[in-house]
Each structure stands twice: as C-alpha cells, then as structure tokens.
Ligand binder design. Structure first.
Ligand code: CA
Length: 228
C-alpha cells in the first residue's frame, strides 16, 4: 500500500528530485515549500510520513518538528529530517527533538527510499506491503486479498483500509476521530458516524467466518481489534 509523504523543502530542485523518486516508488506526494504550508496540509489530512528540511524560510524545520511532537494529533507522525549539515551534534539534536531518522544532503534517492521504508515499517505498518495476520485473518496489502481461515473475504476499499489499520495496530482502542485521521486521511469533512457505518460493513463481511468478534466496541471510546 503506497504511503502519503509530505515533503517540506524550500529548494525547488531538491523538492522535484524527491517528488519524482517518491512517485516512482509508488508513494503519494504532497509538497510544501515552507512550514506554514506544511501545517495547513497536515491540518486537512495526516500524511503517513513527513520529510522535513532543517533550514526553511520562516519557521525552521526543527521548530516545526518540535511543534508536531508537542501536539496530540501529530505526536506520533513519523518525521525524517533532511539537512545539508553533517555534523554529529545536528544529528543528535534532530533525534533529540523526536525525528525518527536523519538524512544528510546530498543523498542518493535509493538511500532516501530505504530510510523511508524503514521508518514506515517501524511506525506506520499500515503503509507498508507487509502481510499481516491476526486471529486467523490474513491480509495481503500487495494483492489486496484477505482470507479468513480458508475462505476469501471481499471488502470495499474503505473497509480494506480500516481492517488493515486495525490489524496493524491491535490491542489498542482507536477513537472515531483518530480512525478518520488514519484511515480516511481527513478529520475535517467526514462525520464521525461514518466510521460506525464502515465498521458495521466490515463486521458483516467477517461474520460468516466468525471473525467479526475480533473487532470490539469500547463503549464511549471507539474500537479495538483483539485476538484474545
Ligand atoms: Ca532549505
């Protein structure tokens, strides 16, 4: 499953080099030349990962990273810092303020893609193509196939993304607003009861094999996927 990556970079040539390579790797790309634009885009929809240049006009990349880490909604958003400076203390500062990784310019596209993949695997497993299994359910993002025991399960695209997110984040309660952010990528324009509608459809699709029981309603909080 391709990830949505927000690239915050003020140098147009680097921005377009990154864009071309990310798109070629199958990712969806959002571009922001400064921190303010990046904040607006994040406000509308959460990306899966932010590639953030250290030195930006106006608010610096470091300050934006700090801000994202301080807000509940973006606290766990994966961030990779880009910088022209290769000094050890810069790297330490970047990791200290909560960046997940750090890439020094000039970098090869291959290196950048490898770093992105590693960070996504750690922090946003729903944005990778790894097969996930839970309680007898098996979901393969690459082929879009779900099996419940021996039987194949057919799901619509939203239910598929919802199940993928729940399976890659099991045993945790997810509120409706959080699911909208993570699965729909938009917390502003969709009503929270939309989540309930899709959970209902998902359960209906899993009912014949009994796997609907894996999705639990946590009264007053949201939903949890659990194999126990
Ligand atoms: Ca810059």
């Amino acid at each position: 499953m391709p990830a949505t990556i927000l690239v915050v970079e003020d140098e147009p040539t680097i921005l377009s080099l990154i864009e071309v390579n990310l798109r070629r790797a199958g990712h969806a790309v959002q571009l922001a030349p400064d921190a303010e634009t990046a904040r607006r885009l994040i406000q509308t929809a959460l990306p899966d990962l932010v590639l953030l240049d250290w030195m930006l006009p106006g608010m610096s990349g470091v300050d934006l990273a700090r801000l994202l880490r301080s807000e509940t909604r973006t606290r766990r958003l994966p961030i990779i810092m880009l910088t022209a400076r290769a000094e050890e203390r810069d790297k330490i500062e970047a990791l200290d303020l909560g960046a997940d990784d750090y890439v020094t310019k000039p970098f090869s596209p291959r290196e950048l893609l490898a770093r992105i993949k590693a960070v996504l695997r750690r922090h946003a497993p729903e944005a990778t193509e790894d097969v996930v299994e839970l309680g007898g359910l098996r979901l393969d993002p690459a082929t879009h196939r779900i099996t419940a025991g021996e039987a194949e399960v057919a799901l619509g695209p939203t239910e598929f993304r919802l199940l993928h997110f729940l399976m890659t984040h099991p045993e945790r309660v997810h509120g409706r607003a959080q699911l909208l952010d993570q699965v729909w990528g938009d917390h502003v324009f969709v009503e929270e009861r939309t989540v309930d509608v899709h959970i209902r459809r998902l359960r209906a699709a899993l009912e014949s094999s009994g796997h609907d029981a894996l999705i639990q309603t946590v009264r007053g909080s949201g939903y949890r996927m659990s194999a126990t």
